[in-house]
Design a protein around this ligand. Structure first.
Ligand SMILES: [Zn+2]
Length: 122
């Protein structure tokens, strides 16, 4: 079961990185996942299940087919699309323009009082 998963993942990595580097990349990936698991997660009670579900599969965070958890398979560099996405989220959460206050809805239309203030109508 685990062996079949290793073969599948290895074949995929070979497609990106070539047969020479693929085993090392897969081993590094597993080591990295294990490290994350130890740091953030709970102890692994089912090693085979963990390997199949978490330790071995590629984790694509964006539309880039070589993206593996924010790193490009083959080159080992940071995934540019993930970087773009992080920059985007920083930009949108960083400086948001102040929201314009909305006028309260008039209860009765046209009673002769024009809207006052700097608010905008939706
Ligand atoms: Zn990515």
């Amino acid at each position: 079961m685990v062996e079949a998963k290793v073969r599948t993942e290895l074949a995929q990595v070979i497609g990106f990185a070539g047969p020479a580097d693929a085993p090392q990349i897969l081993a590094d990936r597993r080591a990295q996942r294990l490290e994350n698991q130890m740091r953030l997660g709970s102890p692994i009670t089912d090693p085979a299940g963990w390997l199949i579900g978490r330790g071995l599969p590629q984790i694509r965070l964006c539309a880039e087919p070589r993206c593996d958890d924010g790193t490009l398979l083959g080159s080992g560099r940071d995934c540019p699309r993930c970087e773009d996405r992080q920059a985007d989220s920083r930009a949108t959460t960083g400086s948001r323009p102040p929201s314009t206050p909305r006028c309260p809805e008039p209860r009765r239309p046209s009673v002769g009082r024009p809207p006052t203030g700097n608010c905008t109508r939706p």
